[in-house]
Design a protein around this ligand. Sequence first.
Ligand SMILES: *Cc1c(COP(=O)(O)O)cnc(C)c1O
Length: 420
Amino acid sequence: MNALPDPELLDREDSLRGFREDFLFPQREDGGPVLYFCGNSLGLQPRCVAGFVQEELDSWRELAVEGHFRGERPWTRYHELLRAPLAKLTGALPAEVVAMNTLTVNLHLMMVSFYRPEGRRNRVLIERQPFPSDRYAVESQVRLHGLDPSECIVELGAGEADRIIDESLIESFLEREGDRIALVLWPGVHYATGQRFDIRRITRAAHAAGAMAGFDLAHAIGNVPLALHEDGADFAAWCSYKYLNGGPGAVAGCFVHERHLGADLPRLQGWWGVDPEARFLMKPDFQPAPGADAWQLSNPPILAMAPLCAALQSFEAAGMHRLRNKSRQLTGYLESLVQQRLDGVFEILTPAESERRGCQLSLRVHGGRDAGRKLFKRLLRAGVVSDWREPDVIRVTPVPIYNSFRDCREFTERVLEATS
Ligand SMILES: *Cc1c(COP(=O)(O)O)cnc(C)c1O
């Protein structure tokens, strides 16, 4: 077995190491910072967030209603500040993205437009045991069309829920039964296993079968590079509190491919979806805004958008390309540590090829649920924040913007202590 490099050396060579200082780490009861490996669930608070929020509180106090049009970042156009960074993170044209609502709400808005069952083609293809909210959303959309979820939701996956799903399985299914599928709704990165999917391949297979292809990017955005426009996805939706560090319940986002912009699609409408030139004319006819903005309903929650606006700055500064390079190295390092030193404790469920995963490693604890829960709680007491998935999985996520190689090494030490 190769000896692993010294983490201190890797940290010194890391050109992104300075970004760690821009984030606020929770403190342990005894004072030291926790080892934080939960960026897949809630990203840490960037230091600059408080200032951005304070600015809007100041505008509200000093300008009140005039804040819509005046100040550093006028509220009527606030969501537009997020457009360029989000387009970069998703590989989209600026007009194809919009920051709005929350993820499940956006999935609904997208399905209203892109799940249009017709005759035999009335089914939605999803993965086996998806994130519950996605399944609930799909189920209710199917019902809204007067259809039966037990017939119209097809769950695809190999064996148990925590197994890797090869894209070829999706392709062969769609070749066989694609004429019954109206929509393929798939994750970019799977929340439970950490598997990254090939969005282009899935989109091509869906389109070849005559179906729409939509993606839930909750665990993909800010984690892996995306190229939604080139890959041809019809739509995507994501949340912003995980890898984007936008804060709890942060304003989410949507992508609608250029080919659908300006098309005559069914859509839920609100006044913020109206062309900004016409919005305040208060006309009865809905004149859609150009681009994905037409899907907006309400004027956005500025105080919830400010943290995201702040957090996206660090992605702009670091660049997704550099983040991804570090991420491969960092997660690879953690993987080697687990393989070499924690082989008796964990089985790694996440794919080994770096192309097929992002930051996260899903670790099944040997010994089952009770042993797993005990270990998870011990780690928490020892200041290691990871997350627990029933029945026996601990997800550990080193993120490149604020985690270090030393964090990974310390994780290993704490697990050894907790299991000795
Ligand atoms: C985190 C996550 C959600 C959460 O939905 P909200 O609407 O943001 O509460 C939904 N789906 C997936 C796949 C997720 O990972």
